[in-house]
Design a protein around this ligand. Structure first.
Ligand code: ADP
Length: 190
């Protein structure tokens, strides 16, 4: 049966790391809108050229573009089993995703809210800046990304609380501890 998991949380919470592991262990496909956009930027596509300055400013890429990307990915999967990482990030994206899930009979297994205190998030992102050299991991952009998260993405916490899908995960522990909490929350522990 078609199934999906959503990862929600601020930049630096560890969504990508956890989503990747969960996807490989569950045999799901990880759909990271950030990774898809970065691949467009690296390849210098039209979309990449449009998205790069927005990403470097720490702002959100327009909903229509993101929804186009997600729609195309889902359309290419006959029996989708997906982990959404970094999507949805706005109420409009969440509502559009609800419609897609309904139309394609995809069951939402849970929305994992991974959080950590903001000073820890900033510390991690600055550390990653040294390791990976992501152009949006500098102090000014990080601050803008946190503001975008608070203003546009945080409202999704209430949205998914109301639907009963939200599972809160403490992102502060070791990678393995966080992963265990995620498995327990989803009821998929071996
Ligand atoms: P983070 O580590 O901040 O969670 P991501 O890799 O998920 O970063 O995203 C990096 C950037 O890509 C975002 O700051 C934003 O500009 C853009 N982006 C990624 N996903 C979305 C989305 N769902 N909606 C709008 N913009 C997005």
């Amino acid at each position: 049966m078609a199934e999906a998991v959503i990862f929600l949380g601020p930049p630096g919470a560890g969504k990508g790391t956890q989503a990747k592991r969960l996807a490989s262990e569950m045999g799901f496909k990880q759909l990271s809108t950030g990774d898809i956009l970065r691949s467009h930027v690296a390849r210098g596509t039209e979309l990449g050229k449009l998205a790069k300055p927005i990403m470097d400013a720490g702002k959100l890429v327009p909903d229509e573009i993101i929804l186009g990307l997600i729609g195309a990915e889902l359309a290419a999967m006959p029996d989708p089993k997906v982990i959404f990482d970094g999507f949805p990030r706005t109420l409009a994206q969440a509502e559009a995703l609800d419609r897609l899930l309904q139309e394609q009979h995809i069951r939402l297994l849970g929305v994992l809210l991974v959080t950590a205190p903001e000073d820890e998030l900033v510390r991690r992102l600055l550390g990653r800046a040294l390791e990976e050299g992501r152009s949006d991991d500098n102090e000014e952009t990080i601050r803008a990304r946190m503001t975008e998260y608070r203003q546009k993405t945080q409202p999704l916490v209430d949205y998914y609380k109301k639907t009963g899908s939200l599972k809160e995960i403490n992102g502060l522990g070791k990678v393995d501890e966080v992963y265990q909490a995620i498995q327990e929350a989803l009821g998929v522990r071996a």
